[in-house]
Ligand binder design. Structure first.
Ligand code: F0G
Length: 457
């Protein structure tokens, strides 16, 4: 097989800044060992997130100039609406400034005290918006998805038996919605199969429960279906997406992921009454229904991005480039979540640094080491992000201690990724020298963004 190449050439470049190891030791100390507090200018390869960090195409930049900035009835809105209707088959669409704004509107309208929302795994902003509306979110991830090194094609699947059981226990009348996240970001960017989506939607329909998709990375999920699920190998990714959305009553979307936009999102659905209520809320929070918190130029860029993201040469390159990085690490014995997902490689920090216990934050220590060794920025997804305290102050750790290296779309080349793997392998070779971390400051909520750390002696 020939090398799978980047299906684009570069027209505009953005220099990245090199620093020395001595400079980086000083920079990370000044940032209290928290990568969120480092100035982006001091980062060489930024794998903090794949959200809002994509490179737009020449067609999208041309679209930016074509954006219609009319307050009401902008031509760009109709282009945006049409692009979403074509993929989702959903008649009603409202633009929002990003994914969590769609969540806020949807759960304000459909949530409330005593209601339950079920998922394979809710993303943190989604769960936070459900809880903020007074409801409870429950994750029902399939058992396979809970084991980092277990190889299975669809580790993002919802556990269908657990779904039926939960409906039986809580009562269908108390469950508002089941929302499946494609791909499952918090669980390693793992895909969900069409069979699982179809069956989950049937269970919901039978019980009168709404079925939604968190569609942020829908195109990556569709490509995995094409490659891994029987019966889909000859379908186009657009046809697969159309089928996937056909099972859903609605969806939320962050256009900062699979629409290659730097900002934006939407909410789409089939129910006229609910969309009307959402629109009313949109007007007081985001803006008039034909722009919803976005400029006309953003709507245009999203409409074009949604069309581009389903191109199979792009998706082949995208999924291959993550797998390429993962394979190099696996060959060197570095523990990662397997198989690699759609948008990121997740290092298993527990296995990488077995001498650092969860209460000394192995993921945070690994993030600091990657920055010092090579100027790479990743994010801890473990006890710092999800840790809670017992009444006696003991830390309750989540099951996994991970470091996510999310790859921005169309931004880095193969040599950047080769460099990243070389740095990770360097750190792996001297992993015994890495030390644990202690928190010296933390905010009461979402502490990972602002926490300060000290390296253990
Ligand atoms: N749902 C999923 C699955 C996400 O990954 C995100 C964002 C959102 C919803 C919220 O979208 O950021 O536009 O408000 N994920 C980013 C990340 C932040 O780094 O994974 P948003």
């Amino acid at each position: 097989m020939k090398t799978i190449i980047e299906p684009f050439r570069i027209k505009s470049v953005e220099p990245i800044r090199f620093t020395t190891k001595e400079e980086r030791i000083h920079i990370i100390q000044k940032a209290y060992y928290n990568p969120f507090l480092i100035h982006a200018d001091d980062v060489l390869i930024d794998l903090l997130t794949d959200s809002g960090t994509s490179a737009m195409s020449s067609a999208q930049w041309a679209g930016i100039m074509m954006g219609d900035e009319s307050y009401a009835g902008s031509k760009s809105f109709y282009h945006f609406e049409e692009a979403i209707q074509k993929i989702t088959g959903m008649p009603y669409v409202i633009p929002t400034h990003q994914g969590r704004a769609s969540e806020k509107i949807l759960f304000t309208i459909l949530g409330g005290k005593g209601k339950f929302f079920l998922s394979n795994t809710f993303f943190d902003t989604t769960r936070a918006n459900i809880e903020f509306a007074g409801s409870t979110g429950i994750d029902l991830l399939n058992e396979e998805g809970k084991h980092p090194s277990f190889i299975a094609p669809f580790k993002g699947n919802i556990d269908l038996q657990a779904l039926e059981k939960c409906i039986g226990e809580k009562g269908a009348e108390n469950i508002m919605m089941c929302m499946i996240t494609v791909t499952n970001n918090s669980g390693g960017g793992q895909p969900v199969s069409m069979d699982n989506i179809r069956k989950a939607s049937e269970i919901c329909r039978r019980n009168g429960i709404l079925f939604y998709l968190d569609a942020c990375r829908f195109a990556e999920n569709c490509f995995f279906i094409k490659k891994r699920e029987k019966g889909y190998e000859h379908k186009s990714t657009l046809e697969i997406a159309q089928e996937m959305f056909s099972y859903a009553d609605g969806c939320t979307m962050s256009a900062k992921k699979d629409a290659f936009a730097n900002i934006g999102g939407f909410l789409a659905m089939r129910d006229q009454k609910t969309i009307q209520e959402c629109r009313n809320l949109l007007i007081i929070t985001e803006g008039f229904p034909t722009y919803g918190g976005l400029a006309g130029r953003d709507l245009e860029a999203i409409a074009i991005g949604l069309e581009e993201v389903l191109h199979e040469d792009y998706l082949t390159y995208r999924i291959r480039s993550i797998e390429y990085m993962g394979n190099k690490l696996i060959e060197a014995g570095v523990p990662i979540i397997r198989p690699t997902g759609g948008h990121a490689v997740y290092l298993d920090a527990k296995d990488f640094l077995p001498h650092i216990p969860p209460y000394q934050y192995p993921g945070q220590s690994l993030c600091a080491a990657l920055y010092i060794q090579g100027g790479i920025r990743g994010v801890e997804i473990g006890s710092v992000m999800f840790g809670k305290y017992e009444d006696n102050g003991h830390l309750i750790s989540p099951p996994m201690e991970l470091v996510r290296l999310a790859v921005p779309r169309r931004v880095y080349t193969q040599s950047h990724i080769d460099y990243v793997t070389e740095i990770i392998i360097d750190v792996y070779k001297k992993r015994e020298q890495l030390k644990g971390m202690k928190i010296t400051y933390e905010a009461p909520y979402l502490r990972h963004f602002t926490a300060r750390f000290e390296m253990m002696a």
